[in-house]
Design a binder for this molecule. Structure first.
Ligand SMILES: [Zn+2]
Length: 77
């Protein structure tokens, strides 16, 4: 299974990023390391919903374009 790409936004703390998960509808928060410079980086999923496809392959996090509204939709490769 290929890990999907997810657009994230930085949190106010400057150290973490978040996105609203389309599977469990909760916000998942990850460290900003490796994401802050625009790099697409893989993470183990924080999604615990049974049957979530994120659990098998995790996801790649990437900063959302500046000024663009972020949706809960995952951007599939
Ligand atoms: Zn989730």
């Amino acid at each position: 299974m290929t890990a999907p790409s997810i657009q994230v936004v930085p949190n106010a703390d400057g150290r973490t990023v978040r996105f609203k998960c389309p599977h469990c509808r909760r916000n998942h928060t990850h460290g900003i390391e490796g994401v802050s410079d625009g790099t697409r980086t893989h993470r183990v999923a924080h999604c615990w919903r049974a049957g979530s496809p994120f659990m098998a392959a995790g996801y790649h996090l990437q900063l959302a374009p500046r000024g663009r509204a972020v949706t809960a939709r995952a951007v599939m490769p």
